[in-house]
Design a protein around this ligand. Structure first.
Ligand code: ADP
Ligand code: MG
Length: 293
């Protein structure tokens, strides 16, 4: 009997959050171990379906790096990176679009559907959701001090988000699952970092929350200790000290974009923890790093 009453208490604890978040949009960047490990995949899908049934509107943006690499190798191509970005030639972008927009996107859609949700896969091209432009990397040459433009190929950045397609999809309780690919000005296909897409989509939707799942506890300080709460000022200083670097840069940038547009809270959480999403949303202490304005 005691055990059953405890269960009731757990449910009641979530009541204030359910009330607060009813009808609100959460943008979730899905990637890392949570997208690979079978148990974590199921736990993630259950979380999404639960959120949806209690009246929260999840919007998922997914990555897919490791899968693109393995399929490229199967096709006899060697993945190449420059300044942390994939060098994407014409042949590679076809593979990226097939893997991200086809294979991975549909796997996530059917995973959610198998747990009773109604997911719908989109890329940035669908409904003109994302207008993209080709990204150029400018780097000052250490020898000459002259800025150089580095061409990394068919890599894009978000120019504009047109969220209308999302509201029409959500009106009928479908859960949008977005692949980070879109078309540029000349109708060329461009691959965009999924963290940036998530940040821009959260900004355009004025979402309640942006949550980025990754394979670390959250943002770690110089002594590898988790930082629970971070404001933008502190974040800037950690970037300047190069304590925040590499793959964490697009994530913090995405949080910044979202916060500037009025998103209330942004979170970088550990996707290796089963039900990380629920723990973040429905507990007082939350998990991972919360970044606020
Ligand atoms: P994802 O696949 O989720 O996008 P990334 O590898 O691109 O993951 O980015 C997360 C990585 O960022 C971490 O695994 C870590 O190596 C790196 N990183 C850089 N700075 C930090 C920091 N201060 N705290 C935690 N991780 C950091
Ligand atoms: Mg990354």
């Amino acid at each position: 009997m005691k055990k059953i009453v405890e269960k009731a208490n757990i449910l009641i604890e979530s009541l204030p959050y359910i009330k607060k978040f009813y009808g609100k949009t959460f943008v979730i960047k899905y990637g890392g171990a949570a997208m690979v490990d079978e148990k974590l995949k199921d736990a993630f899908a259950q979380d999404i379906v639960l959120l949806n049934f209690i009246g929260i509107r999840p919007v998922i943006v997914h990555g897919g790096g490791p899968k693109i690499n393995s399929i490229m190798k199967q096709m006899g191509k060697t993945p190449e990176f420059l300044h942390g970005q994939r060098v994407t030639d014409e042949e590679t972008i076809d593979i990226v679009e097939m893997v991200l927009g086809g294979l991975i996107n549909k796997q996530i859609v059917s995973l959610i559907n198998s747990h009773g949700g109604k997911a719908i896969g989109l890329s940035g091209k669908d409904g003109n959701l994302i207008e993209a432009r080709k990204k150029v990397i400018k780097k000052v040459s250490p020898e000459t001090g002259v800025p150089e433009i580095i061409d990394i190929g068919m890599v894009g950045e978000v120019a504009k988000v047109n969220p209308k397609i999302l509201s029409s999809v959500e009106r009928d309780s479908f859960i949008p699952v977005i692949a980070p690919i879109s078309a540029g000005k000349k109708n060329e296909t461009l691959n965009i970092n999924a963290d940036y897409v998530a940040g821009e989509v959260a900004a355009a939707l004025k979402a309640e929350k942006l949550v980025l799942l990754t394979d670390t506890e959250g943002i770690l300080d110089g002594k590898d200790k988790l930082i629970s709460t971070l404001d933008e000022k502190k974040m800037k200083s950690l970037k300047a000290k190069k304590i925040i670097k590499g793959g964490m840069i697009p994530k913090t940038q995405a949080c910044h974009t979202a916060l500037e547009a009025g998103v209330k809270k942004t979170h970088i959480i550990d996707g290796r923890v089963p039900h990380a999403l629920l723990l973040e949303i429905f507990t007082e202490e939350g998990i991972g790093t919360e970044i606020i304005k």
